[in-house]
Design a protein around this ligand. Structure first.
Ligand SMILES: Cc1ncc(C[n+]2csc(CCOP(=O)(O)OP(=O)(O)O)c2C)c(N)n1
Ligand SMILES: [Mg+2]
Length: 277
């Protein structure tokens, strides 16, 4: 897993490079979610370039679609596209690599960016898979600010009601959304109690730890009769060091050249440390 951990810092650098080139993007949420996406695509999910049209594959919906730079980095690492092309073309006029996920690109199941839709769509896919007796598991990642959307709670309600144990939803619990702390903007605590009340199994992990995440996804596969929600406690901007970590303005701030150098140095330092662990 050391290699996977090291890889997450490389993938953060790719997301950073997309944003520097485009002068736009959502870097804070990219850096908090990178470990979750990396474990899912590079270790856990049955999704690949070869089986992307097989109805028995797993399904993934990037509900917090603004973190598209992290999503593109991981999809490229999984072989869906060429990373240099994405870095060069991201958010440029006429490019297919637009600023939110769209399903004209290979590997992307659903357009997203308007928050609150991933979980309800997962419920539909999961019911379909059960009716067809398919082995597919259905995954989504939501932001914690996203939980302010009422449709998320309709998804929790239906997932519990229909006992959709083929769903594993992840919440990127970085405690920040666009305009500040989630508990000030729209509070969610006690989040664990709330989700359990909808008849979900809840697992809480350090969402910036690839080993803990991997174990949680394994455990979720063994739970029968109810869906699982992983509350992944993360740091917004994780990997960007003192410059970026846990600071609300980095939701969509574009780094200056000096900040870029500092963040890149921190990313390579952490990559090296992971390789030497
Ligand atoms: C329906 C909807 N309302 C508002 C927005 C604008 N918006 C984009 S990102 C964001 C904050 C999301 O915060 P969070 O879900 O915590 O994401 P993260 O911290 O992981 O970046 C908001 C309000 C949106 N994309 N969709
Ligand atoms: Mg958040």
């Amino acid at each position: 897993m050391n290699k996977l951990k090291a890889k997450t810092f490389e993938l953060r650098q790719n997301a950073l490079d997309m944003i520097m080139n485009a002068k736009a993007g959502h870097i804070g949420g990219d850096f908090s979610v990178m470990d979750i996406l990396s474990v899912l695509y590079l270790k856990q999910m049955n999704i690949s370039v070869e089986n992307q049209n097989d109805p028995d594959r797993d399904y993934f919906i990037m509900s917090k679609g603004h973190s598209v730079e992290a999503y593109y980095s991981v999809l490229a690492a999984a072989g869906f596209f060429d990373i240099d092309t994405v870095i060069r073309e991201f958010s440029q006029f006429g490019s297919p690599f637009i600023g939110h996920p769209n399903n004209k690109l290979p590997g992307i199941e659903m357009n997203s960016g308007s928050l609150g839709h991933g979980l309800p769509v997962c419920v539909g896919i999961a019911i379909g898979a059960k009716k067809d007796n398919r082995p597919s598991r259905v995954y989504t990642v939501m932001g914690d600010g996203e939980l302010a959307e009422g449709s998320v709670w309709e998804g929790f309600m239906a997932g519990g009601h229909y006992k959709l144990d083929n769903i594993c939803a992840v919440i990127d619990r970085n405690m920040l959304q666009i305009s500040g702390g989630t508990e000030e903007v729209m509070s969610h605590e006690d989040l664990e109690v709330r989700i359990k009340a909808f008849n979900w199994n809840v697992i809480r992990v350090n969402g910036n730890d690839v080993d803990e995440l991997d174990r949680a996804f394994e455990e979720a596969k063994t739970v029968k009769g109810m869906p699982t929600c992983i509350i992944a406690d993360t740091i917004k901007g994780f990997g960007g060091g003192e410059v970026m970590e846990n600071k609300a303005p980095w939701h969509h701030k574009v780094p200056t050249e000096e900040e870029y150098r500092k963040i890149s140095a921190e990313l390579s330092r952490r990559r090296e440390a992971a390789l030497n662990e």
